[in-house]
Design a protein around this ligand. Sequence first.
Ligand SMILES: Nc1ncnc2c1ncn2[C@@H]1O[C@H](COP(=O)(O)OP(=O)(O)O)[C@@H](O)[C@H]1O
Ligand SMILES: [Mg+2]
Length: 159
Amino acid sequence: MQASDQPPPRPQAPATPDDRRAPAIEFVGIDKWFGSNHANRNIDLAVAAGSIHGLVGENGAGKSTLMSILYGFYQADRGEIRVNGRKVTIRSSAQAIAAGIGMVHQQFMLVDTMTVLENVLLGAEGGFRLGAAEKRARAELRRLAEDYELSVDPDAIVG
Ligand SMILES: Nc1ncnc2c1ncn2[C@@H]1O[C@H](COP(=O)(O)OP(=O)(O)O)[C@@H](O)[C@H]1O
Ligand SMILES: [Mg+2]
């Protein structure tokens, strides 16, 4: 299709249902202390569905702490997390996965002796029939690699 075949832009277009959707993930007033160390201070952050965010800050700024709260590794001392507009309580990684949240950890948290695909699948096998889950994960990895132009060999050993 050529550019001229595209419908003209609608600058006054009304908000689509997508625009009105609640954020996929929202942190509201999150505080976290480790003893007297105030690691997260009143964090508000909304992540819209379909968007990609980078959380940037110096070492010790509290990035990992905030993500660990989202994944149920730590509990916030104050504030709440909402998923698709609903307040959720996430006390374990299993509850995070059930809420649709996945975590890809920093490299030192990966299992060195396993492949990329096995690390992706870890914790989300969905039962004993590994074959089906592996097939799905492989297809999804391939799709992501194509979409984001990343060359990732799913069968490469991580370590
Ligand atoms: N388990 C923990 N126990 C005590 N202090 C911690 C713990 N995890 C992180 N901290 C402290 O919380 C602060 C934020 O750390 P962190 O979230 O790892 O920062 P970042 O990921 O941005 O480098 C730092 O001062 C760090 O020393
Ligand atoms: Mg960190």
